[in-house]
Design a protein around this ligand. Structure first.
Ligand SMILES: [Mg+2]
Length: 434
């Protein structure tokens, strides 16, 4: 018997101006009006609605500088509310899963990939529209959707959907001529995994657009941008090489590591191990990207398909933004002591790191002036940890004992219940109509 070969296809769904859109849910009067969201302590702009973008407000702009302008133009200004954003994110992901009938790969607080099954792929245009409409109806968040034969192409398609297409859905499909014209029009920096730093490097040797990049020699790219650049190139040519979605962190505003547990967890100790493992992974991503995080949220919940869904969440803000595994694991233990509830069997959990910034750009804090030596030591330890783990399979050979054994039951991925039967609807927000 011959197995039928289905070319892989991926869909990326990305919430538009996510934080600003979250604020609008509770302020429908702000629809069509400029909205901005500020970072911790109302320091600078971290999200803008399209109307605010059109007024020329830049990302990262210090608020004090634009305050008079914001007042004059009646721009709605919000302090960031990560607990709200995480909750909305959860609802968006739930809704996407209920529509596609399978578990999604959450990539950041407001984006996820859906690897398409053959039946989803066959109706991908309808699936995309149904996703866009359902998320809008159930959570009231506008989204953009990109579709492609690799995750990198799906990401690029989403960029096109956002910038150039009405309806916010774009499929980088079969027509080679169209793709060529499209690629010639997009700066190479916009490619997932290229970003600003590699983009600058490429521009210096005359590679400016996606088309220039796709036409480059692959061996040369491997030398010039290492193997990750090579993977990006091949993905743009339609060959899927990226199997996890942890890359490109340097362009992100948040890092999420979240999973369904293979076997449900019923003790605090096991949960500490699982969430510590997640946060360790997130820390590796931070360090690889030269970033530190200012806020951490951990969460866990009983099965979404059960009767009474128990969902727990705990948040902390670091006195100094950090990427130190030890500090974060410590916080996980502290958080679980605070919110863990004995009884329910927990089916899923995760860690979200927000308020990311470049390691070198963290403002000093007078309270920590005497900590430089300790910091240097800790940094060295993390470098050794990462180097050892890279060398030996990269599978966390060296890790904190609190993470537990690699054979723990929760490591295994749970097969998701498929279809969206009536259980799935229970988790949608309840609308009260009058
Ligand atoms: Mg987004």
């Amino acid at each position: 018997m011959h197995a039928t070969f289905y070319p892989p296809r991926f869909l990326l769904i990305d919430c538009n101006n996510f934080f600003a859109s979250c604020e609008r849910i509770f302020r429908p009067d702000l629809e069509g009006k400029p909205v901005i969201v500020l970072s911790n302590n109302d320091g600078c702009v971290i999200a803008r609605s399209n109307e605010a973008k059109a007024l020329g407000i830049a990302m990262g702009e210090p608020f004090f500088r634009i305050k008079p302008f914001a007042e004059a133009r009646h721009i709605a200004v919000f302090s960031s509310n990560f607990s709200l954003y995480r909750d909305i994110s959860h609802r968006v992901m739930d809704t996407v899963e209920s529509v596609v009938g399978r578990e999604v790969e959450q990539y950041s607080i407001d984006e996820c990939f859906v690897p398409l099954t053959p039946s989803l792929a066959a109706n991908v245009a309808d699936v995309a529209i149904s996703l866009r409409e359902t998320v809008r109806r159930h959570v009231n968040i506008p989204v953009s959707i990109g579709i492609g034969s690799t995750r990198t192409l799906a990401k690029l398609a989403c960029y096109v959907a956002k910038k150039k297409v009405s309806g916010n859905v774009y499929d980088i499909g079969g027509d080679a001529g169209e793709r060529e014209r499209l690629f010639a029009d997009i700066p190479v920096d916009e490619v997932w995994g290229i970003g600003r730093r590699k983009g600058k490097k490429l521009r210096m040797v005359g590679i400016r657009t996606v088309r220039d990049f796709v036409r480059s020699d692959e061996d040369w790219i491997k030398r010039f941008l290492t193997v990750t650049g090579y993977h990006t190139l091949m993905e743009l040519r339609g060959i899927p090489l990226i199997t996890d979605v942890v890359r490109g962190a340097e362009e992100r505003k948040s890092i999420v590591v979240s999973r369904s547990f293979g076997e449900k967890i019923r003790s605090r100790e096991e949960l500490v191990k699982a969430l510590s493992t997640f946060v360790s992974k997130a820390c590796v991503q931070l360090r690889q990207s030269g970033l530190v995080a200012g806020d951490m949220t951990l969460y866990f919940e009983s099965s979404r398909f059960g009767e009474n869904v128990v969902r727990k969440e705990w948040q902390t803000r670091f006195m100094r933004p950090t990427n130190d595994t030890r500090t974060m694991v410590h916080e996980v233990i502290r958080g679980l002591s605070a919110v863990y509830e004995q009884g329910p069997r927990y089916a899923r959990g995760g860690v979200l790191l927000c308020s990311l910034q470049r390691e070198g750009e963290v403002c000093g804090n007078l309270l920590f002036l005497d900590r430089e030596e300790e910091d240097a030591r800790q940094k060295k330890l993390m470098r050794v940890l990462d180097a050892v783990n890279r060398k030996y399979t990269g599978n966390a050979s060296l890790r904190y004992a609190v993470l537990g054994g690699r054979d723990a039951q929760w490591h295994m991925r749970q097969e998701r219940l498929s279809g969206f039967g009536k259980e799935g609807w229970n988790n949608l927000p309840v609308a009260k109509c009058r």
